[in-house]
Design a protein around this ligand. Sequence first.
Ligand code: C2O
Ligand code: CU
Length: 439
Amino acid sequence: MTLRLIFIIALIFSPLNSFADSPRRVELIPQEGKHAFPFFDTPTSVWSYNDQVPGPTIRGKKGTTISVEVLNRLKEPTSVHWHCLRIDNAMDGVPGVTQDPIQPGDRFTYRLKLTEAGTYWYHPHFNAGEQLERGLKGVLIVDESETLPWSQDLVWLMDDWRLDRDGTIFPRFNTRHDLMHDGRWGNVVTINGKLKPEYVVSPGERIRLRMINGANARIFSPVLEGLSADVIAVDGKPVSEIFPFQGFYLSPGNRIDLDIVIPPEAAGKTLQVKDAISQDPSVLASLAVTQDTPRETPMFTPPTAEKFIPASIFNDVEMIKTWDLNAIRGGRFGIGWSMNLKLWPASDNADVKIGKRYKITFVNSSTRLHPMHIHGVFFRVLERNGTPAVEPFTRDTVLVGPRETVTIGFVPEHHGIWLTHCHIQSHAEAGMMSTIRAE
Ligand code: C2O
Ligand code: CU
């Protein structure tokens, strides 16, 4: 055989080059590894994707398909869920609903058709309270088809860890304390796995800052000191009208994208981003502004939501489900978190039809927090405690505060069985999960 012929045959059979439109392949290997926190002599044992904390940022352009091959090197089963990426239901990564768990040593390939640009993230949906806490999570970004001239695109995966004095991850999960409170809040807060990291920016730069709350339970309330910003997207989707950022409760699962111009007068300063969730705001990260002469600020208008559903279309719509959220005795841990007094998997589920309008109400009868998340659906908040509270954006996760009632509206667009749950991992594991079946 001539070399030329071998080359041609190799080309035909090569899985990567055979078709111009074949999906880009990414490999994710959940495995045990080490992560160095700055204040301990020895690195901390973690579970992570590809030995990175957080896992690799997966990026793809809108309209393309990515195939993610997961090889489970953990000692227990796992799965990968693409938080609110609206994909084929079979790729949603929920064991017992959309797939079997990926056993140790096994592989599973997720084909992700990227139809909507935005900020997403991925995490396991198996033994999630422990797997997320040990470090399994990463960001997924779907880029707009048209590239905007941002000076920088900063991606912050916000997280917290409960570490013991020797630097090990506190090894008990879903404890009685976590279950009776708002889940497992850590004692070390990180951005992209780092403690109070510093990012260098220049005066005049226009920055897209994507904040993703990947914590098990902690709520963040970011404050930008010395900077003004606009909100351009929430939970991945562009807002319908860009508005000034004046604080936002970023509960587990939530994302927010900000448009920030570094003012010329900030040259040489260090601007802090703080978390105002507690009375004494703590530093999350800082922006070190260089002394450079101000750059020319790129001028453009970020995209706003296409086909935005007006809240008024839900006015005469019947409530399809009212989910009462409360603690009951029972379940795997003795304390169950229920939806209508039911504990997963014996849940009280909802059924909907594609293209129709629906309203759902979450009634929090407890004094704890419940960031309620629906897979595969973007919804609009319509009312809080019976008063209109229409937001200029859609969400996939809404924080339902103590004794609060929140009504949402949505129009299902994707077939399948979509999990609905509290994103405080120990509440979900203690039963606070149901499904919405869309047909
Ligand atoms: Cu990030 Cu079932 O969710
Ligand atoms: Cu909850």
